[in-house]
Every structure is written in C-alpha cells, then in structure tokens.
Design a binder for this molecule. Structure first.
Ligand code: AMP
Ligand code: ZN
Length: 464
C-alpha cells in the first residue's frame, strides 16, 4: 500500500509518488535565528523529523535541506536593538538551535544552508524575474513581484486574487492572507540596515525573506523536488510567494507535495515569540521534562491537529514512556539480554502500525496498536505464556518503532531506578523542598551516581 499524505496544494490526501523511485527530496523551512527557538517551532521540526524518519524506515533515501534565515527584517531589528553585529547575533542562535536539535534527538538535515551565503543565487533568481517581466523596480529601488502577472497566484493558500486584485505593495516580509499584495524580492538599503547590504544590479540592498527559500531549495534539491514542509503559518505568504518566484523565475514545476503542521498553542493562542507566550526547551527541562517526554508530547498528536501545551502533559508522557521502557526491559530480561531479531510473529502488529502511519502519519492510532500489544504482552509474561520467539519479535517491534520515537534508553544509559530518583529530586527542587532534594542526592551517591545541575537540566554520571 502506498504512503499517503495530505497535500495543502490540492487539499486532498494523495498517494505519495516520489519523482525518482526510492528517493525523496525534502525541504523544510528552518528557524529565523534572531532568538532561541521555542517549543512551538520544535513541534514543526519534530513533525518533519517524524516524516523523514518514517520515509527512511520505509526504505526511501531522503535528502533533507533545512535553511537558516540569518538575514531578514527580524534579525536586523534584533541586532539593532541589542547593538550586536548581526553575524554575532545569528551565530549565537544557530549554535543554540543545533544544541536544541541534539537535545531533542532531531536527526540533522543533510545541509543547513545560511541565507547570507546564498545571496548570489538570490540575485540570479531576481534577475530572471526582472528579465521575464514578473518583477519591477519601485521608486525607492526595491524590486517587487507583480502578482497579477502570475494567474495561478493564490493556489496554495486558496485565495482568489481576482476578487481582491490589488496594485498595492507590501514591504514587510509577513502579512495576512486577506491582503495579497505585490511583495518584495529585493529590498533597497535603508539607514537602519547599517552594514547589512550586498551590491546588486539594482544597487545596494538585501534579499526579501521569501526569495531566500526559493534560491536555496533549488540550489540543493533542483528546480522540481518532492516535499516542502513548514508550519501552517508558512502557507501564506511565505510558501505562496516561493511558488510564484520559483515557477516564474526558473520555469516548470516546483514542489509536488506541500505538508504543513498545525500550531502548538498555549491557552487558545498560537505559541509565538511576538505574543510572548512561549516555552523554551531549557526551561522545560528545568521543570522536570526529559528530552524523551518533550519529544513524546510534541510528536504523538497528529501533525494536522492543533495541540494545546500544558506543563502537566509531562506526567502523561512519562507514564507512556515508562510503559514502553518497562516492556522492553521485561522482554530483554526474559531473553537474558539477547537482542531483538526480525521474526514473522509480529508482522501483524508492525503491519497495522505501518497501515496507520501510511495514512498521513497517523501516529495516534499507531500508538494505540503499540499500547494494546503492550497490555497483552505484559499479561502473557505475567502468566508465563510467552515464548522466546515471541519475546524476540517483541523486542524487534519495539526497536523498529523506536527508530521513529527515539525514546528507548541507550544500552549504556542510567538504570531506571536511578532515573526515578533523579526525577524525584528535580521535582523536589522545583517545589523548593531542599531537604528532600538533598536526601535524594545522598541516595543517589550511595547508589554510586552523582547528579549535576546544568542549564539544560540535571546530568547524571557514575561516581568516579
Ligand atoms: P520561524 O523561526 O518563526 O521562521 O519559525 C520556524 C518554524 O516554526 C516555521 O516552520 C513555523 O511555521 C513554525 N512555527 C512557529 N510557531 C509555531 C507554533 N506555535 N506551532 C507550530 N509551529 C510553529
Ligand atoms: Zn522558507
């Protein structure tokens, strides 16, 4: 059975057919590095991680590009606000972003191109658009895309531009879908841009945000590739504009499947830096979340449903993770630590899990298959009804699924009972119960483990 995805472009669930058999070219919009990314951003990055891991598990060779937006309105404003040179600011947040990706075990892209290193390609694309009459220069020297030259404009966001034809222009990178306008491809230098400019055929200036992704996607994946992702807020104007620029500037087709993840909410609002209602990873680790529980919370709601974040989601996630760890441990103990091997016995469960995942990554129903199997397997172990083949197949099943979830402990990791003490100590510290926290640290020391509190949460090491 084919894998199916919901394609924002067609508003339909479609069979996935890559351009080249067995290969997938994937572009995902990366962070704007003017600040530390929040967990709303990471909901989208984890959805993309799940997508990539699932395609890989199903045998595709995935080439993944994620850009880093290191020059745009927001990075320039922030550098002006703090007084730092823009490259220092963006380098700091790129490093932070890489650390956060590692913490959440997000598999890195094959390449993370930076916008500032691809301005030549952007100028080439704008030149194509000028030469073919899709773009024009405004009085201040900036270059705009003329949306009425491209009759399919609005196809992704499903806006009928005939109803709202506008000759007005918009300078800012982001604006609403109710207001489709001619948008900037190249922004003429202004005093507030300071040292941030490049020479171009249209004078000094800098690229608009949208042209960055068109140029970088094409450089690394070619003019026509398989999948492009982002959060739903990227649909308009960012991805709509990318399509217009790429189709008109390079000719031919651009992207076959557009996949967008829904927002992470806090209360009823989108988690966002501009609203100031967000959590960052380091904060949540201090609150007692683990990288696994955060991964679990952000990954296990279907990507096209909104997800309301609350701190107590940690407990639910931790319970589910414990159940998965526990059955894995029980099966390995049962087999005297022998590793899982492929075995026909569990093909039913794995097939059923794949059936759900094939259906537009329906992880919620996929997990229901896992937990039902865990319940039955625990009962079989309790009743001494499980044989070694079934146990081996069970371990294989869990380890296959963990190629997506990535929540099982590494072999060398800290034992379960030590992790429980560490989690209790973190909770005690959060509740400012210092006596209990000290007592728990002493218990850890007696058991041969020391705990250190770091900015990203507690770290445990065997006592030297
Ligand atoms: P930005 O750094 O603002 O360009 O955003 C990086 C990515 O995070 C984009 O794909 C956004 O669509 C996505 N994003 C931003 N806020 C949220 C949110 N609250 N929930 C899910 N994804 C988000
Ligand atoms: Zn982008």
């Amino acid at each position: 059975m084919a894998i199916k995805f919901y394609n924002t472009l067609t508003r339909k669930i479609q069979d996935f057919q890559p351009l080249k058999q067995g290969k997938v070219k994937l572009y995902t919009c990366g962070p704007t590095v003017y600040n530390t990314a929040h967990i709303g951003n990471f909901r989208t990055f984890l959805f993309e991680d799940l997508l990539k891991r699932y395609l890989t598990l199903r045998g595709f060779k995935v080439t993944h590009i994620m850009n880093l937006t290191d020059v745009d309105d927001r990075t320039i404003n922030e550098a002006n606000r703090t007084g730092e040179p823009i490259s220092e600011l963006t380098n700091k947040y790129i490093k932070q972003f890489n650390d956060d990706l590692r913490t959440l075990r997000v598999q890195p892209a094959d390449h993370f191109p930076r916008a500032t290193e691809h301005v030549r390609e952007m100028i080439e694309l704008v030149t194509n658009l000028m030469d073919s009459g899709y773009a024009y220069q405004a009085q201040d020297g900036s270059i705009f895309f003329a949306i009425d030259k491209y009759p399919l404009y609005g196809q992704l966001a499903h806006i009928d531009t005939n109803q709202q034809r506008s000759t007005e222009r918009v300078e800012s990178d982001d604006y609403s879908k109710e207001n489709p306008r001619d948008f900037t491809l190249w922004k003429a230098w202004k005093p507030e841009d300071g040292e941030v400019y490049w020479d171009s055929p249209w004078g000094r200036g800098r690229p608009g945000w949208h042209i960055e992704c068109s140029a970088m996607a094409t450089k690394y994946l070619g003019r026509h590739f398989d999948i492009h992702c982002g959060g739903v807020d990227n649909i308009f104007p960012h991805h709509e504009n990318e399509i217009a620029q790429s189709v008109c500037g390079y000719g031919g087709k651009f992207v076959n499947y557009w996949l967008h993840s829904e927002h992470l909410l806090l209360g009823d609002d989108k988690m966002s830096k501009s609203l100031g209602n967000f959590y960052r990873i380091a904060e949540l680790l201090r609150e007692g979340f683990t990288p696994e529980s955060l991964r679990y919370v952000l990954l296990t709601t279907h990507y096209r449903s909104k997800l309301k974040f609350t701190l107590d989601k940690h407990h639910e996630a931790q319970k589910s993770i414990q159940r998965i760890h526990e059955i894995h441990r029980r099966l390995r103990e049962f087999l005297d630590d022998s590793r899982g091997q492929n075995n026909d016995r569990l093909n039913n469960e794995l097939d059923e899990f794949y059936r759900h995942m094939d259906n537009d990554l329906d992880i919620a129903n996929g997990l229901a298959v896992i937990f039902d199997w865990i319940r039955r397997t625990n009962a079989a172990l309790d009743n001494h009804e499980l044989d070694a083949d079934a146990a081996r197949a069970g371990i294989h099943f869990l380890e296959t699924i963990d190629q997506l979830l990535d929540i099982l402990p590494e072999d060398s990791e800290v034992p379960e009972k030590i992790m429980v003490l560490v989690a209790k100590r973190t909770a005690a510290r959060r509740d400012r119960d210092w006596a209990l926290a000290d007592d728990l640290r002493d218990q850890l020391i007696s058991a041969g483990w020391e705990v250190k509190d770091t900015a990203t949460g507690p770290e445990v090491h065997p006592l030297k």
